[in-house]
Design a protein around this ligand. Structure first.
Ligand code: GLU
Length: 309
């Protein structure tokens, strides 16, 4: 069933009003010092529909750090470069462990469980480092093109702040290198990965950027085929099974949409053949997902009947 963006506007306004009731329930991400300074009492939501319409509420135009949501876009770039060969280096199953865990690297002999845990995203970043002198420019260029916005940028302060504490990611990269699953130097790969995570976008920009994933890889606004046919289904399936840290099962049960979250408090969700949604609120639950964002998507999916199941 098609829903025009304007039909969703009243529901989004209600959801935004309800979200402020959840402020104080979660905590800001602490291991990136710069993110711990963000005003926690913020909430934004945007929906981009296939006809080019946008509905939004709250702080939907405020840019935030997309963090792990960037892993979806770096995966798309790596698949462009390597095609299915990428899967020789990265798996496609949930890890059942924290996203930054090192345990599985040894257990799986250097082949990370999936592209959305940090070790997997480091291998993906390595593919981009291999192809471009300044991979962050490739990434920001892609995000700007998809979002139709030149405001999308890398927050170098956030990247610097994370790099000052990125001991686990350096350790993961060193282990991956030892297993022969990184071509680049571990430091350069962590540097590129951290800068991808530091991309800054608003909910409106992120919802627009995600639209090709809801539209068989085509940008519905320009008609350009961004991803080859079939790719969006594959990427969406990985988001559904591995996109919400250890809460992917709970999210599939309560919301029923492929999605990817980040520790900046953003969640991007795809409603295949209908729309893309971005929501942001900085306070996180213990698994690393936005408290108000998760609740907002649950209500939106229920009231607008969006679940894929
Ligand atoms: N840059 C963060 C890290 O590597 C991303 C974490 C996330 O959003 O899941 O720890």
């Amino acid at each position: 069933m098609t829903i025009a963006a304007e039909e969703l506007a009243p529901l989004l306004a209600e959801i935004a009003a309800e979200a402020s009731g959840r402020f104080g329930e979660g905590r800001l991400h602490a291991t990136i010092p710069r993110l711990a300074q963000v005003d926690p009492n913020q909430f934004g939501i945007a929906v981009a529909t296939l006809d080019g319409g946008i509905a939004k509420a709250g702080a939907a135009d405020v840019p935030f750090s997309i963090q792990s949501i960037s892993k979806v876009f770096s995966l798309c770039l790596a698949l462009d470069y390597l095609g299915e060969d990428l899967w020789e280096r990265v798996g496609r199953n949930p890890s059942g462990l924290r996203f930054n865990s090192l345990t599985r690297i040894e257990q799986e002999q250097g082949r990370p469980m999936n592209p959305f845990v940090n070790p997997g995203a480091l291998v993906v970043a390595d593919c981009l480092v291999d192809r471009a002198a300044t991979p962050i420019h490739t990434m920001i260029g892609l995000l700007r093109r998809l979002a139709h916005s030149n405001r999308v940028s890398c927050d170098y302060e956030v990247a610097k702040s994370e790099l000052s504490m990125a001991f686990r990611n350096y350790a993961a990269a060193a282990l991956l290198k030892e297993y022969g699953n990184l071509r680049g130097e571990p430091r350069a790969v962590v540097h590129a990965y951290t800068h991808f995570c530091a991309a800054r976008m608003s909910c409106v920009e992120l919802a627009r950027a995600a639209l090709p994933l809801a539209n068989e890889g085509r940008d519905p606004v320009t008609g350009a085929q961004i991803l080859p046919p079939g790719r969006s289904r594959r990427v969406n399936s990985l988001m559904l099974t591995c996109g919400l840290y250890d809460a992917a099962g709970d999210f599939a049960y309560r919301v029923g949409l492929p999605a990817k979250s980040g520790v900046g408090g953003g969640i991007m969700a795809i409603v295949p053949n209908r729309m893309a949604i971005a929501v942001w609120s900085p306070e996180l639950d213990p698994l690393g997902n936005s408290v108000a964002g998760f609740a907002a998507l649950e209500r939106l999916a229920r009231d607008a009947d969006l679940s894929v199941f």
